[in-house]
Design a protein around this ligand. Structure first.
Ligand code: SAH
Length: 206
């Protein structure tokens, strides 16, 4: 599948049905999702034939993209069952023919046996605007359950994030930056559109 085609298909994955402010539910822009996955697969070989988890999957754009790029198995983990139901419906309708699992669970309290490892986590965690530290909590969980992690963060917090990940014993690479714009969604948004730079990082256990 070409990158442009991946982006087009991901754009058809719906947004959160009724976004909740406290969960920071924004769908990842399809250009950003496609680029993250494309780099993960074509530069690093981290997707095809791998067991991939999408933490905070929402309606599933990242996990679905991983499936389209040939992941062996994809596990969507999301605390909001309404979003995960949307992801599930999309997957069924599109007819992706790989092993998908969905886990409705809090990423900070995963019901996995200790020592369980995915090959790769892809995630666009809450940026921690509503609940301070939510981004770091996601990254900490991901670092415990995978060998390789791709994670999207606000550029303003990236040095702090990277420093922590190095401290946990990971090699950290900034693989891609993009400015994203989120539409007005919640009462407390002051502008009709809010744009800011984000960075995709890749963590690998050393
Ligand atoms: N990855 C999705 C959505 C990103 S928004 C996409 O690419 O479109 C962040 C997501 O994290 C939301 O869907 C939100 O419901 C979920 N989330 C927030 N806190 C969570 C938690 N503690 N455990 C699991 N999911 C959580």
């Amino acid at each position: 599948m070409l990158k442009r085609e991946l982006e087009r298909v991901l754009n058809t994955v719906p947004h959160h049905p009724s976004p909740k402010a406290e969960l920071e539910q924004y769908a990842t822009p399809s250009t950003l999702a496609a680029t993250l996955l494309w780099l993960a697969e074509h530069h690093f070989g981290d997707i095809a034939d791998k067991v991939v988890a999408d933490l905070g999957a929402g309606t599933g754009r990242l996990g679905i993209g991983a499936a389209l790029l040939g992941a062996y198995k994809v596990v969507l983990v999301e605390v909001d069952d309404e979003s995960i139901r949307q992801a599930w419906t999309w997957v069924k309708d599109y007819g992706i023919d790989i092993r998908f699992d969905a886990l409705v669970a809090d990423v900070n309290n995963l019901p996995l046996r200790s020592g369980f490892l995915f090959d790769t986590v892809v995630q666009n965690p809450p940026f921690g605007v509503h609940r301070r530290g939510a981004d770091m909590a996601f990254l900490r969980t991901a670092s415990r359950v995978a060998r390789v992690v791709y994670s999207i963060h606000k550029e303003s917090s990236i040095d702090y994030v990277a420093e922590n990940a190095i401290g946990w014993g990971f090699k950290v690479l900034k693989v891609y930056s993009e400015k994203i714009c989120l539409p007005w969604m919640f009462e407390w948004h002051k502008k009709r559109r809010h744009c800011f730079p984000v960075v995709v990082i890749r963590l690998e256990r050393v």
